[in-house]
Design a protein. Structure first.
Length: 126
């Protein structure tokens, strides 16, 4: 996919210092492993239609940002943050009017600072 190739080139140029390994480009996604243990899966169908999913290790719950128009009450509709507890919140990082490269770059920067994007981790099960 052309968008994924452009994102891959941007990451290599602008965010190489955050990478633990070279990003992997597959048929429908770009997988990025960051130095802090975060694995980010990027899927762009169009510049304003995307799914960005990540976890910070094999035993952690997944979080994400996407543009599925299912939370009209959020101020950033259609894009929204999916927390690890299954709740949705306004997306604090991406914008549908920004380029895919800018959105993924902003997310990498945010994930390097805080993989939970300000969310409190779920309580451990007894």
């Amino acid at each position: 996919m052309k968008l994924h190739t452009a994102i891959l080139e941007h990451i290599g140029r602008e965010h190489a210092d955050a990478l633990a390994a070279p990003p992997r480009l597959t048929q429908d996604a770009l997988t990025i492993t960051l130095r802090n243990g975060v694995t980010l899966t990027v899927r762009y169908a169009a510049p304003d239609a995307y799914s960005l999913r990540w976890n910070s290790g094999p035993d952690t719950l997944e979080m994400g940002i996407n543009t599925a128009p299912i939370h009209p009450h959020l101020s950033t509709h259609p894009n929204h943050l999916l927390r690890s507890d299954g709740t949705a919140a306004a997306d604090p990082i991406t914008r549908i009017d920004a380029s895919p490269e800018a959105n993924v770059g902003a997310l990498i920067t945010a994930l390097m600072r805080d993989p939970l994007i300000g969310a409190t981790p779920p309580a451990s099960q007894p």
